[in-house]
Design a protein around this ligand. Structure first.
Ligand SMILES: Cc1cc2nc3c(=O)[nH]c(=O)nc-3n(C[C@H](O)[C@H](O)[C@H](O)COP(=O)(O)OP(=O)(O)OC[C@H]3O[C@@H](n4cnc5c(N)ncnc54)[C@H](O)[C@@H]3O)c2cc1C
Ligand SMILES: *[C@@H]1O[C@H](CO)[C@@H](O)[C@H](O)[C@H]1NC(C)=O
Length: 198
């Protein structure tokens, strides 16, 4: 082949490779809905959050003021336990994934840095159990007790968690017979947390 023709062939090849890559990339960067009709995102691609994001390094600096630390802790535990009490008895997979992500991000972003770093280690040891309301509530009670123990505070009786954080289920319709209605007995089943929840 003469030299000229050689160069032309090479140029045609280079241009087609460039166009091909551009074509593929243009589909990938398009927002949902304008993607290629064959593109079907799976349910999990939509709900799952990257592990690295969930378990990243805690963001806050050390919280020096003990009064603020205690007030913050008190309010945060109240929020966490109340959230568990209101979590669905029969959550969807999406609900459970949301709660699990929330707990990890709660730990990562907790505004007392030392507390956050410690709590992330607690989560490593006791992964969030998010399969049902009762497992979630029992799990939160358990990890709060782990923190209590470390701070030399009295242990909380987790069999009373349903009385303590009333889920308020009676308010939304038919009056419940007693406070515990809608709150199934507590169990702490490790396997469940690691499979269904995890
Ligand atoms: C994630 C996290 C990590 C923390 N880490 C630290 C730390 O490293 N160092 C530090 O100094 N402080 C830490 N704190 C704060 C600490 O846990 C307390 O919140 C704070 O010392 C105030 O204690 P408190 O006596 O008011 O009771 P809290 O522990 O705040 O509890 C509030 C109320 O919840 C009830 N309760 C107690 N135990 C349980 C349980 N197991 N389940 C359900 N309800 C219960 C009781 O009625 C109690 O009065 C942390 C808080 C959080 C949320
Ligand atoms: C800690 O914070 C509280 C509440 O804002 C404040 O009243 C107190 O003076 C602070 N203590 C110290 C040692 O800074």
């Amino acid at each position: 082949m003469p030299r000229r023709q050689h160069i032309t062939v090479l140029m045609i090849l280079a241009v087609s490779a460039f166009l091909g890559i551009t074509f593929v990339l243009s589909f990938r960067s398009q927002p949902e809905g304008t993607r290629h009709p064959d593109y079907t995102p799976s349910y999990h691609q939509q709900v799952s959050v990257d592990e690295g994001l969930l378990k990243g390094v805690a963001t806050a600096p050390k919280l020096e003021n003990a009064t603020l630390k205690a007030e913050l802790g008190n309010a945060a535990w109240k929020l966490l336990h109340t959230m568990m009490a209101k979590f669905p008895d029969k959550p969807t997979e999406d609900d459970s994934a949301a709660l699990k992500s929330y707990i990890h991000l709660f730990a990562r972003l907790y505004p007392c840095g030392d507390c956050a770093r410690h709590f992330q280690k607690v989560l490593d040891k006791y992964p969030p159990q998010v399969a049902t309301r009762s497992t979630a509530a029992a799990w939160a009670c358990h990890v709060h007790n782990v923190v209590n123990k470390r701070l030399k505070k009295p242990e909380f009786d987790c069999s009373k968690i349903g009385d303590f954080y009333d889920c308020g289920c009676a308010e939304d319709g038919v009056p419940a017979k007693g406070k515990k209605e809608g709150f199934t007995p507590l169990t702490l089943d490790d396997k469940e947390g690691l499979t269904r929840g995890g």
